[in-house]
Design a protein around this ligand. Structure first.
Ligand code: F6P
Length: 320
């Protein structure tokens, strides 16, 4: 029977992680469980950096971005010796189960610990929306709001100067943040790992917009790691009637107060994570699919292909 659980946030932080910590803590306490907060992800677990949590530990954090527990990446967690040390620390503190909030790397860690006898539940916390087994990750909606707000502002100034704004957004190897931003902002082009990058096509479309449509501005949204936005900006200035300006939104996308939607899914998923542990289930991850909170084995989530965005790419082109 589970009596004491740990909670940690791992990988890149995401707005809404605090709402998730709050939900897991409060639901667990209200079910008679003890809760330990582990600082700095798996690194804190390895170093035994953990503190008991009570109701007040998670007061006034719903609206705060970041994570009160801190986060870190620990590549050495793949090593057997590191995992064994973590399990020892959990056993020494009599922690029977763990909730891990993070991305797919964090899920792999949660699976490894479950296989070593500690029931773990994964919660999808990342702005990238790149975790299979859920339609949306905690933090994606807030990051999308930030991107949309920034691009709307860039459009104003681009319009005044007959410029093309090339805006790089995060997403790691997933194009969702770029695609959703592009549709929400009425961008002229979107470049993601899914679309690929064709320089001639970009220049041709921009020349058409300038010469045939007489547009005052153009917006190109680019997923990070697909192409160099500074180089593309120069090409646009040299080869089209627009003057190119590149903006890399960067880590601003990871901060800020979480949207109500992120707070809601974090709260619901936290409740589900604790319920699973109370049922004695480990090695699962929670998600939201068609607006229903679900859970599937982590192994299955890691093996599933990501949801196709074909319909959304089609919509983007039909709105052009
Ligand atoms: O996974 C979240 C994310 O922000 C990605 O979008 C980005 O590629 C990466 O993390 C940046 O990592 P770091 O904060 O370590 O620079």
């Amino acid at each position: 029977m589970v009596r004491k659980i740990g909670i940690l946030t791992s990988g890149g932080d995401a707005p809404g992680m605090n709402a998730a910590i709050r939900s897991v803590t409060r639901v667990a306490l209200n079910n008679g469980l003890e809760v330990y907060g582990i600082h700095d992800g798996y690194k804190g677990l390895l170093e035994g950096n953990m503190v008991p949590m009570n109701r007040q530990s998670v007061s006034d954090i719903l609206s705060r971005g970041g994570t009160i527990l801190g986060s870190a990446r620990l590549p050495s967690f793949r090593e057997d010796a590191v995992q064994e040390e973590c399990v020892r620390n959990l056993n020494d503190n009599k922690i029977d189960a763990l909730v891990v909030i993070g991305g797919d790397g964090s899920y792999r860690g949660a699976l490894a610990l479950t296989q070593r006898g500690i029931n773990c539940i994964g919660m999808p916390g990342t702005i990238d929306n790149d975790i299979p087994g859920t339609d949306f990750t905690i933090g994606f909606d807030t990051a999308l709001h930030t991107c949309v707000e920034c691009v709307d502002k860039l459009r104003d100034t681009s319009s005044s100067h007959h410029r093309c704004s090339i805006v790089e957004v995060m997403g790691n190897h997933c194009g969702d943040l770029a695609l959703y931003t592009a549709i929400s902002c009425g961008a002229e082009m979107v470049i993601t790992p899914e679309t690929g990058y064709d320089e001639l096509e970009v220049l041709e479309r921009l020349r058409y917009l300038d010469e045939a449509v007489h547009k005052k501005h153009a917006i190109v949204i680019v997923s990070e790691k697909t192409t160099d936005v500074q180089a593309l900006s120069s090409k646009i200035s040299q080869n089209t009637g627009f003057s190119g300006r590149a903006t890399v939104l960067g880590h601003i996308q990871r901060g800020g107060t979480p949207t109500p939607s992120d707070r809601m899914i974090a709260s619901k998923m936290g409740e589900k994570a604790v319920d699973l542990l109370l049922e004695g289930i480990g090695g699962h991850c929670v998600g939201i699919i068609d607006n229903e909170i679900t859970s599937i084995p982590i192994q299955e989530a890691l093996e599933r292909p990501r949801k196709s965005r074909k319909k959304l790419y089609r919509l983007f082109e039909r709105l052009f």
